[in-house]
Design a protein around this ligand. Structure first.
Ligand code: SIN
Length: 292
């Protein structure tokens, strides 16, 4: 047997044990792991790992080309530009990293070509709290009515790093030139599974292209609540040495900050560069154009 696997919840997540990702993994073993990840709707938990940053980078590269951390990020942390330190630790009076994602979001959905996979390694985890919640966006789409699906498949939303809903406490005197808003389909077809998933988040989706603000806000509020309902969620309670790989193309996640000021938490995050999101409508128009 290559590794052992067990479901983490009825709709989301698989735990893999007996696999040391620092050892050479054959293409066959990695293909089985990737299939387990896609079949579990995008959350893979690899337990009991001991990873240096280069080892985490090497394993992350199996999922695709790495995304380097943004040059504007305030905390450099470790030497490797592929690794972001996510932490509330203070060493010699300086913050080691930063706490991120304390709202529902999909990583870098404010980019034209957002991150596909994120890998988060738990170096130091709180004895209680500091969980990460994941919401299954295939299920969020599948459970909508046929008419709502038809309407959403034609719509695009604007996704913005400086979305006022998320950054309402920030006084934006002048918007920096990095991260201009981008548009993405509200329903995204997954390039590997060909399944459709909702692709909006309270964290970064600001409005809907072509709709007046009041209509867009009502639709988005419904979708934000619908897409993160408890039945769609797997909540990961971290153990030291967990490496969690998640798929931003079919998931939202939320880093629960109930530990800051009580416990320390330190994680290393790597990210895999993804494709430009494509909706089901665009796919069928593209295939009609090829056929014509
Ligand atoms: C993130 O949102 O990328 C960080 C998740 C976490 O710290 O649990």
């Amino acid at each position: 047997m290559m590794f052992e696997s067990a479901p983490l919840s009825p709709h989301l997540g698989v735990r893999i044990s007996n696999l040391d990702v620092t050892k050479p993994l054959s293409d066959e073993t990695f293909a089985a792991l990737r299939k387990a990840w896609l079949d579990a709707n995008g959350v893979l938990v690899l337990s009991n790992q001991t990873l240096t940053p280069p080892q985490q980078i090497a394993f992350s590269r199996r999922f695709g080309p790495m995304k380097h951390r943004d040059t504007h990020r305030a905390f450099e942390g470790v030497e490797h530009p592929e690794v972001v330190v996510v932490s509330n630790k203070v060493v010699d009076g300086k913050r080691l990293g930063r706490i991120s994602g304390v709202f529902w979001h999909s990583d870098s959905s404010y980019d034209v070509a957002p991150v596909s996979a994120t890998l988060l390694y738990g170096l130091e985890v709180p004895p209680a709290g500091g969980d990460t919640m994941f919401a299954n966006q295939y299920l969020a789409y599948d459970t909508l009515s046929p008419r709502m699906k038809t309407m959403l498949c034609e719509l695009k939303s604007v996704n913005d790093y400086y979305n006022p809903a998320t950054y309402k406490n920030r006084q934006q005197v002048e918007r920096p030139s990095v991260h201009p808003p981008v548009t993405h389909p509200i329903v995204r077809r997954h390039p590997e599974t060909s399944r459709d998933a909702l692709y909006i988040t309270r964290g970064f989706t600001s409005h809907i292209v072509g709709l007046p603000a009041d209509e867009a806000t009502a639709i988005l509020e419904f979708l934000f609540t619908h897409s993160t309902q408890p039945e769609f969620i797997y909540r990961h309670h971290w153990q030291r040495g967990d490496l969690v790989v998640w798929d931003n193309r079919c998931l939202q996640h939320y880093a629960v900050n109930d530990y800051d000021g009580i416990y320390t938490r330190c994680m290393h995050r790597t990210s895999v560069q993804g494709d430009v999101p494509v909706g089901p409508g665009e796919m069928s128009r593209a295939s009609q154009a090829v056929a014509a």
